[in-house]
Design a protein around this ligand. Structure first.
Ligand SMILES: Nc1ncnc2c1ncn2[C@@H]1O[C@H](COP(=O)(O)OP(=O)(O)O)[C@@H](O)[C@H]1O
Ligand SMILES: [Mg+2]
Length: 315
């Protein structure tokens, strides 16, 4: 048996927290409502802000299978929904011919039966495994084309798929659907209308520090704070590609591997490729802008350290 759905916003928040997913109340609310109302959740935001992770966390916490449809340009029904197993069909026909079977209608019926159908993610999500409606993650929908969107709209309206040779396959219990987009193009209104919408933003400094503490507990408090403050400052610059949360975590890990307990100019310069993935961005930050950020981050840490020191009783 899969676990029951959260019955309140607070329960949704604690479900996310249990999986070390740091979320604000707005996200927990829309997630709670989408589960409660049985509506797909449409998550839009920059790369690396935690959209895909929500589906993973949800599947894990609700003890449901996660079925992921990774979208890409040219994704079609045979990769997303189902495909006939031609090779197996051919073998079956040959064997029947060899054994002298001549009834063409019977042969055709059999060759187009369920056992020759290969189900791809969408069909898998409708034909639930062991009675547990899965979490269906339709990831990076903006990479597909409008034809696929239109098809998806149909699936999401009635949670069924029609295979012409076989008939209609309908979900007994609709899957929990999470759709993500990195907004490289607009998704059609008709599809959005089926869903509840949430814009996933970069976390606040406080939230991001919480994430680093949870996911990289080995990093010193000073290093964690400085890493977060530095990344937050970078996101205020006009970079070609801002670092996401994954980059923050990778950076903290990299610095930890180098035995750093605080940022210094050399460490930053040596590891910038963990954080920024475009040479123009790296060049921009390696100059005076990066030095200025580091100076600020280090002086904040010092004043916080002084404050913390002032508050603690002297031995
Ligand atoms: N709110 C969060 N709380 C904890 N970890 C997070 C959060 N958001 C993102 N992460 C971490 O950052 C990584 C990247 O997030 P991901 O979901 O892949 O981003 P997106 O799908 O938006 O590009 C995840 O693997 C996860 O470890
Ligand atoms: Mg993603």
């Amino acid at each position: 048996m899969s676990k029951t759905l959260p019955s309140s916003i607070d329960e949704t928040l604690s479900l996310l927290e249990k999986a070390d997913y740091v979320a604000g109340r707005a996200l927990a609310t829309v997630l709670f409502l989408s589960l409660k109302m049985g509506r797909p959740l449409f998550l839009e935001g920059e790369a690396g802000v935690g959209k895909t992770e929500i589906a993973k966390v949800l599947a894990e916490q609700l003890d449901r299978p996660l079925i992921r449809l990774q979208c890409y340009e040219g994704l079609d029904v045979s990769s997303a929904v189902y495909e006939w197993n031609y090779a197996a069909q051919m073998v079956d026909i040959r064997m029947r011919e060899a054994s002298g079977e001549t009834n063409r209608d019977a042969m055709e019926d059999d060759v187009f039966s369920r056992r020759f159908l290969i189900s791809r993610p969408i069909l898998q999500a409708l034909e639930q495994v062991d009675g547990r409606a899965p979490v269906l993650l339709i990831d990076e929908l903006d990479r597909t084309d409008e034809a696929f969107e239109a098809f998806l709209l149909e699936v999401l309206s009635d949670f069924q798929v029609t295979v012409p040779e076989l008939g209609t396959i309908r979900a007994q219990e609709p899957p929990i659907v999470i759709i993500t987009t990195n907004r490289t193009r607009e998704i059609h209104d008709a599809l959005k209308r089926r869903c509840l919408y949430h814009w996933v933003d970069y976390p606040s400094a406080e939230q991001e520090l919480d994430i680093v503490r949870r996911k990289q507990p080995g990093a010193s408090e000073t290093l964690s704070r400085q890493v977060v403050d530095y990344v937050q400052a970078l996101r205020r610059k006009e970079l070609f590609k801002n670092p996401g949360i994954a980059e923050t975590l990778d950076w903290a890990t990299a610095l930890l591997e180098l035995d750093k307990i605080a940022l210094d100019p050399q460490a930053v310069s040596d590891t910038l490729g963990v954080l920024l993935k475009y040479q123009d961005d790296i060049a921009q930050i390696q100059g005076s802008e990066g030095a200025e950020i580091l100076r600020q981050v280090a002086s904040e840490a010092r004043s916080e350290g002084a404050l913390a020191g002032a508050g603690s009783p002297k031995a």
